[in-house]
Design a protein around this ligand. Sequence first.
Ligand SMILES: [Zn+2]
Length: 190
Amino acid sequence: MTLPTPATRPSALDLRALADSAQTLQGELALAELARWSADAPPWPTALEPLRWQAEAQWRADPASVPGAGRSEARQLWLRLRWSAQVPLLCQRCLEPFLEPLQDGRWFRFVADEARAAAEDEGCAEDLLVWVPRFNLQELIEDELLLALPLVPMHEACPSALPGHAEAAAGVGVPQRPNPFEVLAQRKPD
Ligand SMILES: [Zn+2]
């Protein structure tokens, strides 16, 4: 009998066991499963690619540990999460939805409780998380995705002219949007 791998249950991970195993977990999450993200996401006409994630946990020596301290106090538990996704966003300029590739990766350090996290947060560069026996990685992934969303999503170049724009008012064909560099070149005096 084989136990299910932790990757099948990213909502209840034993991170100590993961660190002991020195394995990298990876998996996919349907964006629709992320309820907080879904609540504000623009509708998208076709099926979305799942978010892909990788997680590894690591024991590191605690630089503040004193000789003779118990083993659990002499080491710290760290987690690295990496993810990527194609996320539908609503362009704030033309109000059309578009797909934006987003990705991020970082290390988190676990501390024993909220008090420790509050005390150490100011003095360290890394992000701190409070250790729990069954860690909800899916929630962290969703936190990270929400953090990575642009505040004002916008196409680099909107596919259609804005209503009220000069070319739209003049009835110029919209899909053949002029290359902005060509426009600049034409404006240059000879
Ligand atoms: Zn746009």
